[in-house]
Design a binder for this molecule. Structure first.
Ligand code: SF4
Length: 311
């Protein structure tokens, strides 16, 4: 598969079949915690052609026709998926041909100020917008946006979308120590989140190797305190748990693992859980990828593809 990847172990979405609309990092942000590495941000004023839409449809059809299973089809991958011109076309395609499948969009929210973008993703089940900054200074420090993206546009877009969307909103708060974890900032964030009224507020922390080495999560006690401050619907995103029990047959384990690692570093444990294969098999396949110099093992136990799209 060239444009789909996984199913990957998502900490919220179970086994998530990813759709990657871009062949290199394409995003309106360049977040300090981004696991895709440093990149040049792109304008929030224009949609992008991205990968061939008919090929994406073919791959989705092939995946399900060959017995593939997943908990969610997720627009994510190498950047901000709502920049893609064809997001709505793929949503319609899945709804028409695979109506029982759930669709999620992981978004930084910068494009939701546009009517046409909101229209494209209105039919999905879940959107996961980033709501991590409660003021312009924090927004710029955390997300390093393109000059066409701004704090006001982002938050206004998410608020407008929330008014018309009938699915669930799982607002993601990415906490970075000494950037957005002060009590004063969290209280402002809480007020902002109340206007969006999300189903869940998900506290996330940069656990994968981030873009900037100085980026660290707050300590566990602070994360728990912040979770209480944000209210009853706040949850700390924990270890990955598969939502469904179907077993996905893996034709070529090494290739599938490499597909996952090209998008982001993962541990052998999370890959094994996602692909429903034994940890031993995954470790052997990862060792083979390392021996072939296709992947590297990082000091913290994560595996990473040797050639990342965005670097
Ligand atoms: S973390 Fe997401 S929003 Fe931020 S730069 Fe990376 S891809 Fe873009």
């Amino acid at each position: 598969m060239k444009y789909l990847y996984g199913p990957v172990p998502s900490r919220r979405l179970g086994r998530s079949l990813g759709i990657d609309p871009f062949d290199r990092k394409t995003c309106t942000h360049n977040c300090v915690y981004c696991q895709l590495g440093n990149g040049v941000s792109v304008s929030a004023n224009e949609l992008v052609e991205g990968v061939p839409v008919d090929d994406v449809k073919d791959e989705i059809r092939q995946f399900f026709d060959s017995g593939g299973e997943c908990d969610f089809i997720t627009f994510s991958g190498s950047g901000e998926p709502t920049l893609w011109k064809h997001t709505g076309e793929i949503v319609d395609f899945v709804r028409t041909n695979f109506p029982s499948k759930k669709i999620a969009v992981i978004t930084n929210g910068t494009m939701l100020y546009r009517d046409d973008v909101r229209e494209q993703i209105l039919g999905v089940d879940v959107i996961v917008p980033t709501v991590s900054a409660a003021d312009e200074d924090t927004y710029i420090r955390l997300h390093r946006p393109h000059r066409d993206a701004s704090f006001d546009l982002q938050i206004r877009g998410v608020e407008e979308f929330a008014k018309i969307f009938e699915g669930e909103i799982w607002a993601e708060v990415m906490l970075v120590a000494d950037v957005n974890d002060s009590e004063e900032h969290i209280l402002k964030l809480r007020d902002m989140l109340r206007k969006i009224s999300p189903t869940y507020i998900d506290i996330n922390t940069p656990v994968r190797p981030p873009s900037e080495r100085w980026v660290h999560p707050p300590d566990e006690e602070d994360v728990r305190r912040i979770c209480v401050m944000l209210g009853e619907n706040c949850r700390i995103v924990g270890k990955f748990h598969a939502v469904s029990e179907e077993v996905f047959e893996i034709a070529n384990l090494g290739t599938r693992i490499l597909d996952i690692l090209r998008r982001r570093p993962e541990t052998a444990e999370s890959i094994a859980e996602s692909l429903s294969v034994s940890l031993e098999q995954v470790k052997q396949a990862c060792s083979a990828l390392v021996a072939k110099k296709l992947a590297v093992k990082l000091p913290d136990g994560f595996y990473e593809a040797r050639i990342m799209d965005s670097k």
